[in-house]
Structures are given as C-alpha cells and as structure tokens.
Write a protein that binds this ligand. Structure first.
Ligand SMILES: [Zn+2]
Length: 92
C-alpha cells in the first residue's frame, strides 16, 4: 500500500515535467493493485479514460472543467478519444 501511495505521489509530481515517467509510475501502481487484489485508489482511476482505457495526464491529455450548479462535478474530456465523463465530487 505504501509503495502504491509513493508511486502516485511521484506520478503527480512528474506529470507536468515528464508525462512518460508519470505514466510508468501510474501503470506500475495499477499493476501492484491488480497483483495483490487491492482496490485501485481513486487517485489512479481518475488518470484513466473510461472509454479508451488510456492514461490521460490531467491538463495535458485531458481538459478538466468544473461544472454543475447543484451537483458539484468535474467534467473530464479525453483528448485521445474525445470521450467526456463526469466525476461527481462528494462533499465531505
Ligand atoms: Zn479516451
């Protein structure tokens, strides 16, 4: 679990400077999750397009818009396949 968290942290840190490296970190983290049958953390799932299953770097391969008046949500557009999906932000 600790290793996964570290990988996510490094991926986020590197996503702007080195997208390829960030991609490797995320894929590695996902593989660890699958190997040990751990539920994939939310931080990882948001990096993948739901349609083409590709890694999308936030603000680089995807457009993120905050929308919704009553329901707070973010709209993520995948630049690779054009798929738009919504993430509803659950208030804490
Ligand atoms: Zn896509």
């Amino acid at each position: 679990m600790e290793r996964i968290e570290l990988l996510i942290k490094y991926a986020i840190l590197n996503v702007k400077s080195d997208t390829k490296l960030a991609k490797q970190y995320i894929i590695r983290a996902r593989n660890i999750c699958m190997k040990y049958r751990i539920k994939i953390p939310y931080e990882i799932t948001i990096f993948f397009c739901k349609k083409c299953k590709c890694f999308i770097a936030p603000c680089i391969d995807s457009k993120i818009r905050i929308g919704g008046s009553q329901i707070k949500s973010v709209r993520i557009t995948c630049n690779l396949c054009g798929h738009i999906y919504h993430k509803i932000i659950v208030p804490k």
